[in-house]
Design a protein around this ligand. Structure first.
Ligand code: NAP
Length: 317
């Protein structure tokens, strides 16, 4: 049996599955292991089932024992792992695509609705009994007929587009490459970020965090948005320059934000907390029982496939 270090607690049935296939080390207290602890604990192990909270940068990867052959990330994103460093050491990196698309798109839509319809303010008022119905109370932005700009029209972006279309939104997107007509499904392609932002009444950030996308939404690019745009991010916090976005909220260039992910999680920039127009969630994208189970099972299957065949369908490096 292969020896696998599992860095975070999984749902019970998934840990039972892993125990049947591997000699696995579990983290029953769900402690956040430091990088040095992961290096230390992985001695004598064949692979690690990592999560997005494990920062597997080049320095950490270079110190892993030679026995480690796979990092199976419990996420579709892999911005926490230096793919090149892993490749240089002959370590495969895998992810969990598809199984979390629907759950994450649901949160993507919740962010859009929550930000546009002033849900945070509404909840605060309702809890404090500080409201009465009136014709002009908490007037928000209606989605029908407004333009949704999707930055990163991949699996999650396309699912958000489908739901948003059913709500009457007009879909625009930017990827580095244009999709087939079938995948576009009527959405309007922009080959550069500036053009996308200039038509985005609502922006939905759905691209991965990478060297290219870090701080893509910044002081300069925010200015391309129409005045009073709504900015939502269901992808990764690294893509947004928080200071610039908070400043745009302060000056009402941006009407509201809907955020699920942050730089330096869980310590989000406190500037968001002072804005009632910030609808913020604690990284809930894939958090349903069905999806977390499917993700963990896929992360386990990826390791199994890799050791059985020498390769893995979900290898990303
Ligand atoms: P995906 O299918 O790979 O889609 C990513 C899209 O981003 C692709 O269409 C890609 O198109 C585009 N893209 C990549 N780099 C770009 C760039 N530099 N400029 C513009 N577009 C770029 O990934 P997915 O499954 O939809 O997941 C997307 C991201 O969501 C993940 O990477 C993850 O970080 C995040 N996520 C968050 C949660 C959560 O809990 N909130 C859950 C799941 C996933 P091109 O390659 O043509 O550019």
């Amino acid at each position: 049996m292969k020896k696998i270090l599992i860095t975070r607690k999984l749902l019970r049935e998934c840990e039972d599955k892993a125990a049947k296939i591997f000699e696995a080390s579990f983290n029953s207290n769900d402690e956040l292991y430091s990088q040095s602890k992961v290096i230390e604990m992985s001695k004598g192990y064949d692979g690690i089932l990592t999560s997005l909270t494990d920062k597997m940068d080049a320095e950490t990867i270079n110190k892993l024992p030679d026995t480690i052959k796979i990092l199976s990330n419990f996420a579709v994103g892999f911005g926490n792992i230096d793919l090149e460093a892993a490749k240089k050491r002959g370590i495969a990196v895998t992810n969990t695509p598809d199984v979390l698309t629907d759950a994450t798109a649901e949160i993507g839509i919740l962010l859009i609705l929550g930000a546009c319809r002033r849900a945070h303010e509404g909840i605060l008022d309702a809890k404090e009994s500080n409201w009465k119905w009136s014709a002009d109370y908490l007037i928000g932005k209606q989605l029908t007929g407004s333009r949704l700009g999707i930055l990163g029209m991949g699996r999650i972006g396309q699912k958000i587009a489908k739901i948003a279309k059913s709500l009457g939104m007009i879909i625009h997107y930017h990827n580095r490459s244009k999709l087939s007509n079938e995948k576009e499904d009527g959405a309007i392609y922009h080959d550069n970020l500036k053009d996308l932002l200039s038509v985005s009444d609502v922006l939905s950030v759905c691209c991965p965090a990478s060297k290219e996308t870090i701080d893509m939404i910044n002081k300069d690019t925010i200015e391309y948005l129409p005045k009073g745009a709504v900015v939502t991010n269901v992808a990764r916090g690294d893509i947004i320059d928080d200071e610039a976005l908070i400043d745009a909220l302060d000056r009402r260039k941006v009407y509201a934000v809907g955020l699920d992910v942050y730089k330096n999680e869980p310590n989000l920039n406190p500037g968001y907390l002072k804005h009632k127009s910030a609808f913020i969630l604690p990284h809930l994208g894939s958090a349903t029982k069905e999806t977390r189970t499917a993700m963990a099972n896929l992360a386990i299957d990826n390791i199994d496939e890799f050791f059985k065949t020498g390769n893995c369908t979900n290898k990303v490096n």
